[in-house]
Design a protein around this ligand. Sequence first.
Ligand code: ADE
Length: 225
Amino acid sequence: MRFDIITVLPGLLESPFAHSILQRAQNKGIVEIHVHNLRNYTDNKHKNVDDYPYGGGSGMVMQIGPFAACIDKLKAERAYDEVIFLSPDGKTLNQEMANELSGKGNLLLLCGHYKGIDQRIRDIYVTREISIGDYVLSGGELAAAVVVDAVVRLIPGVLSDETSALSDSFQGDLLDAPVYTRPADWNGYKVPDVLLSGHQAQIDNWRYEQALERTRQRRPDLLDD
Ligand code: ADE
């Protein structure tokens, strides 16, 4: 799977992809992540990629020219399954969407800044708009990193134990059961006996009950579905 990400702040995306699971997925050759600096696609001598909004108002708007030049170049090199714009007015990311995206081949992600991007970019190029939650970030970069992380860990072969992604919270619409590790007794705070019992069926049943109870208490909306 391949991600191309267009941004004015490529430095913001260096660290999130350079550690842990995302780094390993790239080292294994399962995922490629390419970050493109939008400022390399402007004719403006000051490398500006934004301008004042037509009709007035506060804030700057990202221009269509640099985005079009970068997107057209990338699209000439390969076909993209989706061109995704990260935006608070997109559809909210959830596990189902991450599952769906993990089955795609090439994804192109556009990060906005300032007041927004010229609507024509969205009309002409964008096939899907994703929000990571009902709050406003300074730009799309951190949202893009969240999307990439949520998607990549679902690609077969990325996690060493494939079942660990399948048993994540939200897979199967339940939150995760609590987990424990050694010591079994820490200053009198004990691990539930059943987890030490060695009876796998009882353990599985306990985990299911705990997951159900946790979901009932914290996210009853998940059970309504
Ligand atoms: N850009 C700014 N805020 C965002 C959000 N909540 N989700 C996705 N992209 C964004």
